[in-house]
Design a protein around this ligand. Structure first.
Ligand SMILES: Cc1cc2nc3c(=O)[nH]c(=O)nc-3n(C[C@H](O)[C@H](O)[C@H](O)COP(=O)(O)OP(=O)(O)OC[C@H]3O[C@@H](n4cnc5c(N)ncnc54)[C@H](O)[C@@H]3O)c2cc1C
Ligand code: SF4
Ligand code: SF4
Length: 927
């Protein structure tokens, strides 16, 4: 163990000093195509820890790189030194009473800040497309921006105050007068030097004018030199230099933003032009109109998404060269929105269009149009050859030059053979992205990339005086070209700035300032083919968008990190190398602690479900014995279930004798407090009564296995009672105790057995529903999702949440519960899109339903929670129980076990809530 690691272990809790090969590899990846493997990852939870880690790194002469969400695209969030990972202690958020400002810690996700601001009709200005994953530290340190924020609402422009820690450990809080006064005394030398640099720039009129001009368009190449011309107080200059400094000048400990309005009324139109010139000419006109976003899509972008479901038919028939603009306008009310639409349509009338423009205010239609835009980048990523990388470049030119620049770029694609390349982007700001695929495994391909980038950079700088990085930051990728873009004098200023703040070169060396002209061609990330068991994995662009969804993220690995690990294992296997300790660690971190909840797929731009990879690998890992046992269980399902029921009964007996804690300890955490007792087997094969609308009800295995305190409270008895109360005559399929949807087999990697059980259930449901004549309801969301996917529409299967919302609510009288009740939207219900339905159900039954916003999957993972209880505990660590709350409701029994254990409150199926409220309403009506 190195002396540095030993020292870090003395300062931080052991679990926050990460040294194993697997996780160092996993954290050696960001959204870019660079890889550097950190010597150690130190997870920090407060400012004092940051100070001490920087100090230790200095003493051991190791560089430090801060990492927020690691979604950066230019290699600025990787290092071979100390990677300082921002922990949850730094995810703070304080909103001013009027919502006009918000002070946020660097580890909070941008979208989470917006979620908290939404009730006040406000949001933060910066709006990168990655905002659902990117954190404030990265958003501010990259000066990120997106479709609407332009140059007016980025972090630089909306900064109200900044709390920053310099490399020497000192802290400046520009929002605190005492801190500013103390800093002026302690750091007079630094502030004088900054004032002098700013004075030098002001004295050089040509340079000052150039700096002003370059920030009229988006620019994140190099340091934010506009700080030297926009401000005279060196404290302001320092604060604004930190924005866009990519962790090379200091640690951003808190950002206070002026918030911006979030208008509820929106309208969008997708408008087609015959060619690039006329589209870009229209952008010049639209810039004078009340538009919030104008996104350009070239013909190749439109072609890339033309065959995806829901795309406008016109996309398939457009002529070569046709170009689209996706326009959005927003307003505080409907009247203002109508006026804005009229103004935009007036402008569009002056331009040649392929068809008449039409704005829509229908949210579904708006979403459909934006899916055209959002689908472009993934479309290229998804069709690339295994083993290649997808690259997204990010340039800007003055809007009047946009058409010429795009056409020149298209010519360079042709010259260098990047025939799949597409152009899209924020036309209103002259900012376009171009996306292409690249093989970095072959030397000649690296040379092709190098020649292409040289041409692109020269074109953009020499012909258009453009920005080589408009919003993604310089990183390692554009560091060799900063001087080309800015010129010798401005670049010298940037070097002076780095020297002033970080004379020892401790903070993120090689990023922004780099003496190596080939730095952008080094440390390229290998992308070995890894789709042998689950092909979609080769599409992964390692963007990290899936991470906030994952219950094991921060405990062991995230979905992205599972893929990174799996790629390396695949590479080793192909090269004939042993998996080594990395392979050993993958068993627990990659496989055992994946809940296979599939929530990662809900955020993945290229449609990867990492849980499916886990299932496939688990299946591959199973020994012959395990497979045979699985087959035996599938073939004799009724007997297996009876055994399980007996085991649970025995557990309850033991619990009564030795107590819950002792049994939980003895069972390694598998036995949970509040474990339901097995319920009696359901009567099957006939309708429960002669009157009423027929509905098939399939009581799923977990509900059959785990019971309740009394037979009446058993899940199946409750579902049947509520269905009957709503006027239905439920039919339980014959032979129910032998039936199972196959989900528990699938999650263990027993795909064939799972499919066999699903097919068997399909046949039984077919019979019970008279070939699909009656609706079929399943009482566990995981099983509903499994059967809906398996059946692909062959039978009318409904999840209980869905059926209760659509069919029971209109038929039931409900008396609302008054005390707060916790509601858990489990991963399967979430994946089926039932969030709104569950919320409406809860609102119909309870005056105070509580939906904990930061809880996603409970981590119980079917039966995973029995084997790895730490996953359940980690997944629910942010679940706060409101005072006066006596219980919670969900729609999956195993999740309910995990939730009960984590909160100490009884969690039950949402049908119990419906039962109680409808029974109470009936009682009140009869009084
Ligand atoms: C598919 C995709 C789409 C994207 N779209 C956009 C877009 O539309 N617009 C855009 O601007 N970007 C975009 N990005 C790039 C990236 O997501 C953003 O720049 C994002 O804001 C980075 O945030 P992060 O939390 O991931 O930061 P990280 O990648 O973790 O870090 C970014 C930089 O900030 C530094 N840093 C982090 N925390 C601190 C701190 N507390 N103090 C000092 N330095 C710190 C890091 O050292 C690093 O240099 C996209 C990325 C992907 C993968
Ligand atoms: S799995 Fe999808 S969301 Fe996750 S890193 Fe890969 S591409 Fe991004
Ligand atoms: S399936 Fe669930 S636990 Fe597994 S990687 Fe995806 S989000 Fe994480």
């Amino acid at each position: 163990m190195s002396a540095l690691i030993e020292a870090l272990r003395h300062r931080l809790p052991a679990e926050r000093v990460i040294t194993d090969e697997l996780r160092r590899l996993a954290y050696g990846t960001d959204g870019s195509f660079y890889r550097l493997i950190p010597e150690v990852v130190a997870v920090v939870d407060d400012e004092a820890e940051v100070r001490d880690v920087i100090d230790l790194a200095r003493r051991h002469r190791r560089p430090v790189t801060f990492r927020a969400a690691g979604t950066s695209l230019c290699g600025q969030a990787v290092t071979d030194g100390v990677l300082v990972l921002l922990g949850e202690g730094l995810a703070t958020c304080r909103i001013a009473a009027d919502g006009a400002t918000v002070s946020v810690g660097p580890a909070i996700i941008g979208a989470e800040v917006n979620r908290r601001l939404a009730p006040l009709g406000r949001k933060i200005g910066p709006d990168p497309a990655s905002i659902n994953a990117a954190k404030i530290g990265g958003i501010a340190a990259n000066n990120s921006s997106g479709m609407c924020c332009g140059t007016a609402q980025n972090s630089y422009r909306t900064l109200a105050a900044l709390r920053v820690m310099l490399a020497d450990g000192s802290v400046l809080d520009t929002g605190d007068a005492a801190s500013v006064a103390a800093f002026r005394r302690s750091h007079a030398g630094l502030l004088d030097s900054l004032a002098r640099l700013a004075g030098d720039v002001r004295d050089d009129a040509a340079l000052a004018a150039r700096i002003h001009a370059k920030y009229k368009i988006k620019n994140t190449t190099g340091y934010s030199l506009n700080a030297l011309v926009d401000f005279t107080d060196p404290v302001d200059i320092l604060a604004h230099l930190m924005i866009g400094s990519e962790g090379t000048l200091g640690f951003i400990a808190e950002v206070s933003y002026h918030t911006v309005p979030e208008y509820a009324h929106k309208a969008s139109a997708l408008v087609f032009f015959p060619d690039m010139e006329s589209a870009c000419q229209a952008v010049v006109g639209l810039k004078q109109q009340p538009v919030d976003a104008v996104e350009l899509l070239d013909r190749a972008s439109l072609r890339a998404v033309a065959d995806k479901p829901g795309m406008p038919a016109l996309l398939r028939t457009l002529a070569d060269g046709a170009t689209a603009l996706l326009i959005e306008t927003r307003a505080p009310d409907a009247a203002a929105l109508a006026a804005r639409i009229a103004a935009v349509l007036d402008e569009l009338r002056r331009h040649p269009l392929i068809e008449a423009p039409a704005f829509t205010t229908d949210p579904t239609e708006i979403e459909r149009l934006w899916n055209v835009r959002k689908g472009t980048f993934p479309a290229v990523g998804a069709v690339r050859k295994p083993g290649t990388t997808v690259i997204i470049e990010d340039v800007a030119v003055a809007v009047p030059m946009l058409a010429a620049a795009c056409l020149d770029l298209q010519a360079l694609f042709a010259k260098h053979g990047y025939l799949e390349a597409i152009i899209f982007g924020h036309a209103l700001e002259g900012n376009v992205h171009f996306v292409f695929t690249q093989d970095f495994g072959i030397e000649s391909e690296v040379a092709r990339y190098a020649a292409f980038m040289d041409d692109v950079c020269r074109l953009l700088v020499e012909k258009y005086d453009g920005s080589l990085k408009a919003e993604h930051g310089t990183g390692r990728n554009m560091a060799p070209f900063v001087e080309l873009e800015w010129g010798t004098r401005a670049y010298a200023l940037m070097r002076d700035i780095k020297q002033l703040f970080d004379p020892e070169g401790l903070l993120n060396p090689g990023v922004i300032i780099n003496d190596d002209p080939a730095a952008h061609l080094k440390n390229l990330k290998p992308m070995p083919a890894a789709g042998q068991l689950y092909a979609p994995v080769d599409r992964c662009i390692e963007c990290g968008f899936c991470e906030p969804q994952c219950p094991s993220h921060g405990l062991t690995l995230s979905p992205r990190q599972r893929i990174v690990g799996w790629r390396e294992l695949s590479r080793r296997q192909a090269a004939g190398e042993a998996p080594g300790q990395l392979g050993q660690d993958y068993l627990y971190m990659g496989l055992d602690t994946c809940a296979t909840c599939g929530l990662c797929s809900t955020a993945c731009p290229v449609g990867i479900e990492t849980g499916a990879l886990t299932r496939a690998v688990r299946g591959e890992q199973l020994s012959g014995v395990a497979r045979s046992l699985g087959r035996l269980a599938a073939n004799h399902f009724g007997a297996t279930q009876a055994l399980a029921r007996s085991a649970i009964k025995a557990g309850h007996l033991a619990e009564a004798v030795i107590g819950t804690r002792a049994l939980s300890r003895l069972s390694g955490g598998a036995w949970k407090e509040g474990m339901p007792t097995p319920q009696p087997l359901a009567n099957a094969g006939r309708a429960s009564r002669s009157q009423g609308d027929k509905v098939v009800y399939f009581p799923t295995c977990a509900g059959r296995m785990f019971g309740a305190d009394t037979p009446e409270q058993a899940l199946s008895a409750t579902v049947i009672r509520v269905l009957e109360r709503a006027g239905y005559a439920p039919i339980v399929p014959a032979g129910v105790n032998e039936l199972c949807c196959g989900q528990s087999f699938a999650s263990k990697g027993l795909g064939d057995d799972a499919d066999r059980k699903s097919a068997q259930l399909e046949a039984a449901l077919m019979k019970a529903s008279d070939n699909g004549k009656y609706p079929i309801v399943l009482d566990a969301s995981a099983c509903s999702l499994r059967m809906k996917t398996f059946l692909a529409g062959r039978l009318p299967v409904f999840d209980l949440v869905e059926f209760a919302h659509d069919a029971l609510l209109p038929r039931l009288m409900l008396a609302k519960k008054t005390d707060p009740v916790l509601i858990h939207l489990n991963c399967s219900a979430r994946r089926m899109g039932f969030e709104a339905k569950l919320k409406q159900l809860a609102a119909a039954c309870a005056e105070q339903p509580v939906h904990p916003p930061e809880v996603k999957c409970c981590g119980f993972g079917g039966d995973r929670g029995f084997a790895v209880p730490e996953l359940n505990a980690h997944a629910l660590r942010k679940l706060d129980v409101p005072s006066g709350c006596c219980g919670g409701y969900s729609s999956n029994q195993t999740c309910e076990i995990g939730l009960t254990h984590a909160t100490g409150l009884p969690y039950r199926s949402i049908v119990h809530l419906l039962d109680e409220c409808s029974a109470e309403a009936a009682r009140l009506a009869s009084c």
